[in-house]
Design a protein. Structure first.
Ligand code: ATP
Ligand code: MG
Length: 391
């Protein structure tokens, strides 16, 4: 018997007139993620998307893993496709759900008859199949309000589909069509989570990383790229910018007071990210900052960083504890990569006593000691670009 996937979209259903646009984006995303697994066909009807494998080698387990990571899906089912004949439906239900029904104490049958030519109506299907399953599994009780197992029969154009039990989807909105944001991606725990959260709301995410060779190594950069690839399972392909940041950091070290190193460095990052964002039409910047986490993330420090940005800066983890961020990082499988102990440019030239409550005027005065503009320009021009994607 053949299995197919029945996908129920989530919040998209609320989108009124835009619904078909969002659905088309979701289908495109599903196609892209499942393509490496073999041939399949996608159809949609009444806010359900049907994915039917066509090639023999199609790896259903892997398809399920991938679908779980696509935003815009509330829940989905692995369903059995059965001939549209009541006897066949009953036999299939007895066979396919024996494990589930043996372990359950209550159940109900739900039927949806989209093909009105099918001779039994929905209540009749429920009655017949419910009775047959009760006879076969006498320990079961029918509970129409809170059943442990719901056996669903959908009679459609080409076949009847049977499923019992649904798989929770990633929720959110399908990525694409809502604009794109540029994430400052370090090798740490917080920024991949921040990117994941923005993608969940349907935004495309690009990554920008500041590298300071030889103070930071190739391995450190590789780690960031690995993080981007892992994120792409949720976010889709990630355009990735790598900024050569060494000269700027050295200039800050040579010309600015030590207590302002970090805050000035962060302002330089934001200036460069803003220019690249404006050039490539990103609508906002995103960081993994959380209030009070470190000296550069106090309220005053965040204000000093924002002061150099024209675009909005989104900080989706701003109010989260580290432990909350870590639990998301574990769930999306970026945590183990993030904790690899490679250096980041933020840990180069760190001041012994950073200003925790920097005043904007003082920071601007400290910066004025040197003309950073040519170095900023140079860093933007020399920024490398590539696409990060997990196949
Ligand atoms: P993360 O916040 O990702 O766990 P972290 O905690 O080591 O890394 P912080 O010093 O807290 O980094 O930096 C705050 C934010 O600044 C990061 O979340 C990230 O958005 C940005 N950032 C820091 N370092 C870099 C870098 N080298 N390249 C790009 N963005 C960076
Ligand atoms: Mg952090």
């Amino acid at each position: 018997m053949k299995q197919i996937l029945l996908i129920k979209n989530g919040e998209i259903a609320l989108k009124g007139l835009n619904r078909t646009t969002f659905e088309s984006i979701l289908i495109k995303n599903i196609r892209r993620r499942l393509k490496p697994l073999g041939d399949f066909k996608i159809e949609r009807a009444q806010s359900t998307i049907y994915v039917e494998p066509l090639s023999d080698g199609f790896d259903m387990e892997e398809a399920v893993n991938r679908i779980k990571k696509i935003f815009g899906i509330a829940a989905f089912h692995r369903a059995w496709a059965v001939e549209k004949d009541y006897a066949a439906i009953e036999a299939a239900a007895q066979e396919c759900f024996s494990d589930i029904l043996e372990d359950a104490s209550s159940f109900k049958v739900e039927a949806k008859r989209a093909d009105k030519r099918f001779p039994m109506d929905s209540p009749a299907i429920c009655r017949e199949l419910g009775g047959a399953l009760l006879a076969r599994y006498p320990h079961l009780r029918v509970d129409v309000h809170q059943p442990e197992v719901t056996v669903t029969v959908e009679v459609r154009e080409r076949a009847a589909y049977l499923h019992a039990g649904s798989i929770t989807g990633a929720g959110g909105m399908p990525v694409g069509g809502s604009g794109k944001v540029l994430l400052l991606l370090s090798g740490g725990i917080d920024s991949p989570v921040a990117g994941y959260m923005m993608a969940k709301r349907g935004l495309e995410v690009g990554g920008i990383h500041f590298a300071a060779p030889p103070y930071t190594s190739d391995r450190a950069l590789q780690k960031v790229e690995t993080l981007g690839e892992k994120m792409s399972e949720y976010c889709g392909r990630i355009p990735f910018f790598c900024v050569p940041f060494t000269k700027l950091q050295e200039a800050i070290r040579d010309h600015c007071p030590e207590e302002y190193f970090t805050i000035i460095m962060r302002r330089m990052m934001m200036r460069i990210a803003s220019q690249i964002a404006a050039r490539d039409r990103f609508g906002a910047l995103v960081t993994g900052e959380s209030v009070g986490q470190v000296a550069s993330q106090t309220l005053q420090a965040l204000c000093c960083t924002d002061a150099v940005c024209d675009l909005p800066v989104f900080r989706p983890v701003i109010g989260m504890d580290k432990s909350e961020i870590v639990s998301i990082a574990r769930r999306i499988d970026t945590y183990e990569t993030s904790i690899l102990p490679y250096e980041d440019c933020c840990t180069v030239f760190t001041p012994r006593h950073p200003k925790t409550r920097p005043q904007l005027a003082a920071v601007e005065a400290a910066e004025a000691a040197f003309d950073f503009a040519p170095l900023i320009q140079r860093a933007v021009e020399d920024t490398a670009w590539k696409l990060l994607v997990s196949e």
